[in-house]
Design a protein around this ligand. Structure first.
Ligand SMILES: *[C@@H]1O[C@H](CO)[C@@H](O)[C@H](O)[C@H]1NC(C)=O
Ligand SMILES: *[C@@H]1O[C@H](CO)[C@@H](O)[C@H](O)[C@H]1NC(C)=O
Ligand SMILES: *[C@@H]1O[C@H](CO)[C@@H](O)[C@H](O)[C@H]1NC(C)=O
Length: 392
């Protein structure tokens, strides 16, 4: 009942918003990371990182005078652009103005990392045979090592959002030697546990296995997929009366499960549709779904037979968070429907070196508000800058 009322409310807000959509769409909807960085006064360099298992990832660099490199890692269905989309009021530009040496990574499968030395993402389903486990075990260390080698430094600081935090917990528990390469981890909307979820997210999680079976039968490995004839989601024209109007409302309602709609202006929403949704693998979503259903932060569950082969037991191996000894700051939104305060508190109890547990001041702070919200410069960036100074 509560959920229905909520949906209707969102629907009204967004219907109203669509009539306000600008007729002139900002060019930012169509600029990539490099284009945006240049436009906002801090040109970026592009590099290629090749992982141990052959994925080719684009890594962006905005040079700065500060000596410890700073690496940013994005979340699921996302890419490097999100840290820059707010232009002058974005995290990347704020850090660049403060002279940080900024590196922004990309995880396999997104538009900047949809390449492999011998697999073709459009033809070889093996390309998509990865979850956040592989992005943590291969993409993250390859990116860290690339930055350290290029800068000649021994360690870096890291800011991750959502899956960009999960991959740290995977890497540092599996290869603890990487703890020494990270001076400070700032975890925005940290995800290791997905317990205590409420509708509509818990409803989606419960339906997950069924949706997955359906997708597998259709041979869908990439999400979203070309195999189901859904309308084009990218670069919509949202203004009232245009053909994409209803789709914009649908997308807005879906997104607003994860953001506070009051902090996303119609002009900015229109820019977002130029960049999202980003692509990921079905297996990544399945792995998160398993974590939520089993309430244990563990490796991928392949079923008893395959688990015995891979892990030597009927159940998948748990990630040992005691081994994640890096200094960690956890930043949490009170209205986050995934990285809930309770889930973050669980993480705080298990991680041995939490230097800050910070709940964002606005009560409506949700999961993607850490990258898109219009008041990040007021409530988020000062906390980040203080942390970076303090743990230099
Ligand atoms: C970004 O866009 C520019 C101009 O269209 C293009 O030259 C460049 O290769 C693009 N970079 C990436 C990483 O896609
Ligand atoms: C490390 O950096 C040097 C010089 O910057 C470069 O020549 C070399 O290829 C790099 N090694 C790796 C593994 O990236
Ligand atoms: C994401 O997937 C859709 C459907 O397969 C595809 O049309 C689109 O080109 C992909 N996006 C990118 C940036 O590769």
């Amino acid at each position: 009942m509560k959920m229905r009322r909520l949906c209707i409310l969102y629907f009204c807000v967004l219907t109203k918003a669509t009539t306000l959509f600008p007729s002139e769409i900002s060019e930012d909807a169509n600029l990539n990371f490099t284009g945006l960085a240049k436009k906002y006064g801090h040109p970026a360099e592009e590099y290629e990182v090749v992982t141990e298992d052959g994925y080719i990832l684009t890594l962006f660099h905005i040079p700065g005078k500060k000596s410890t490199p700073l690496l940013l890692m994005h979340g699921t269905g996302d890419h490097a652009d999100s840290f820059l989309l707010r232009g002058k009021a974005s995290l990347v530009i704020t850090l660049a103005e403060a002279n940080y040496d900024i590196w922004v990574g990309n995880l396999r499968g997104n538009k900047y990392a949809r390449r492999h030395v011998n697999l073709n993402p459009d033809e070889d389903p093996e390309f998509w045979d990865f979850s956040f486990h592989e992005t943590g075990l291969y993409d993250l260390p390859a990116t860290i090592d690339y930055v350290l080698n290029a800068t000649g430094k021994e360690n870096l600081k890291l800011i991750g959002h959502s899956q960009g935090t999960t991959i740290n917990f995977v890497l540092l528990s599996s290869k603890p030697e990487y703890n020494d390469k990270i001076k400070l981890l700032i975890a925005l909307a940290p995800v290791a546990f997905l317990n205590n979820l409420t509708p509509p997210v818990s409803t989606l999680i419960e339906a997950g296995p069924l949706i997955d079976e359906f997708s597998r039968n259709l041979g869908i490995e990439e999400i979203p997929s070309k195999k189901i004839p859904v309308p084009k989601f990218n670069n919509l024209k949202c203004r009232g009366g245009s053909k994409d109007h209803i789709l914009c409302i649908f997308l807005g309602v879906f997104y607003s499960i994860f953001f506070d709609p009051k902090t996303i202006e119609p002009e900015f929403f229109q820019i977002l549709t130029g960049h999202y949704p980003g692509n990921t693998s079905r297996k990544t979503l399945v792995h998160y779904n398993q974590i939520a259903l089993r309430k244990i932060f563990s490796c991928f569950d392949y079923g008893v037979e395959e688990n015995i082969k891979r892990y030597g037991g009927e159940l998948p191996t748990e990630y040992d968070l005691k081994k994640v000894t890096v200094k960690t700051a956890l930043l949490v939104g009170r209205a986050d429907r995934l990285a809930t305060v309770q889930n973050a508190e669980l993480l705080r109890k298990l991680l041995p070196n939490v230097v800050l547990f910070h709940i964002m001041k606005p009560k409506t702070w949700n999961h993607i508000d850490f990258i898109w919200r219009n008041d990040m410069n007021v409530y988020l960036f000062p906390t980040i800058l203080t942390l970076l100074e303090k743990y230099d």
